[in-house]
Design a binder for this molecule. Structure first.
Ligand code: SAM
Length: 319
């Protein structure tokens, strides 16, 4: 019988374990998996480190239910939390390690009914938490043309944003745009034949809508510093991003924390100006050829990791 382990392979799993393991040596050390998903990464940590405890966060109740089943053998060491990850500070003060594996899960993409995939016809929903927030269909129906253009530009880095926004606004006056196939047809029709596209013409529009519906970048920009804040000194954070907008947020947060804040020209660096983190990765690490060949999800991944070397504002003191 096929198990979840066969179907779903976590991206850069061994490297994530290697980067975080030095912070997880103490009995009872706490790992926070901020994006539990189907629990693939978490399962490996729990299996390889019988002495650790795990706090798993996810905003998707369906993902939590699957992870709960998968991690049942370790239930006494796991706490599941249904939340958006920028609330990490409420659940994980003094954690030893935090892992973020960003983006949508294969579960969310494969479940046609969730409306994430442009290749599958479904209601345009795209909410990771189906209990709250507005759907992609509501965004498409209600945002002014300029706002749609801005979203496609900013979150999709889409060159034809203005054209797509105009077509959508024209078409929605004729008939409501409720399904992914309606949107795919409009975007395809709006794409001039002469324009060479890398990938499907609707790819960037769908990415942009998903980011808007789930407020992904704002939440991430708050969550990374919050996660760095909960770590004890010596604690480690690893983040896997799948598109440049996410990776930029992570890169900037890590760069700021691993640089001295001493004003230029000061002859000696005061202790309070010293960096609070040190980088564990040089630039962003990528998956190697063999992993990319086996797992297409690994192709765009960018992994960055850092270690807390000094307490910040009374937070993250050694536990
Ligand atoms: C790529 S999957 C994680 C897969 C997991 N590492 C595994 O091996 O099974 C990302 C998960 O993060 C969740 N997620 C995305 N944004 C979130 C947020 N802002 N707060 C909480 N969970 C979030 C998604 O619902 C999804 O289940």
């Amino acid at each position: 019988m096929m198990t979840l382990r066969d179907i779903h392979t976590p991206v850069l799993l061994d490297r994530c374990v290697e980067l975080l393991a030095p912070a997880l040596q103490e009995p009872g050390a706490v790992l926070v998996d901020a994006t539990l998903g189907m629990g693939g990464h978490s399962e490996a940590f729990l299996e390889r480190m019988p002495h650790i405890r795990l706090i798993g966060l996810d905003r998707d109740t369906q993902a939590l239910a699957i992870a709960k089943e998968r991690l049942a053998p370790y239930a006494d060491r796991v706490t599941f939390v249904h939340t958006v990850y920028d609330h990490i500070g409420e659940y994980a003060q003094g954690a030893s390690a935090v892992l973020f594996d960003l983006g949508v899960s294969s579960l969310q993409l494969d479940e046609a009914e969730r409306g994430f995939a442009y290749s599958k016809d479904a209601p345009l929903d795209m909410r990771m938490d189906q209990n709250e927030g507005i759907t992609a269909a509501e965004v498409i129906a209600s945002y002014p043309e300029g706002e749609l253009r801005r979203i496609f530009e900013r979150y999709g880095e889409e060159k034809l944003s203005a054209r797509y926004a105009r077509f959508i606004v024209e078409r929605r006056d004729e008939a409501p745009i409720l399904r992914s196939s309606d949107l795919v047809n409009i975007v395809t029709e709006a794409t001039p034949a002469a324009v060479q596209r890398a990938g499907h013409p609707a790819k960037r529009v769908f990415q942009a809508l998903r980011i808007e519906v789930n407020n992904e970048l704002k939440v991430l920009a708050a969550a990374i510093p919050a996660a760095m804040g909960v770590l004890r000194v010596g604690g480690r954070i690893a983040v896997e991003s799948y598109q440049s907008l996410e990776d930029r947020i992570v890169k900037r947060a890590f760069a700021a924390a691993s640089s001295s804040t001493a004003p230029a020209g000061l002859p000696v660096e005061l202790p309070e100006h010293a960096p609070t983190f040190r980088m564990l990765t040089r630039g962003a690490e990528l998956a190697d050829e063999s992993e990319r060949a086996k797992n297409p999800r690994a192709i765009p991944v960018r992994l960055r990791a850092a270690e807390k070397v000094r307490a910040t504002n009374g937070q993250g003191a050694t536990s």
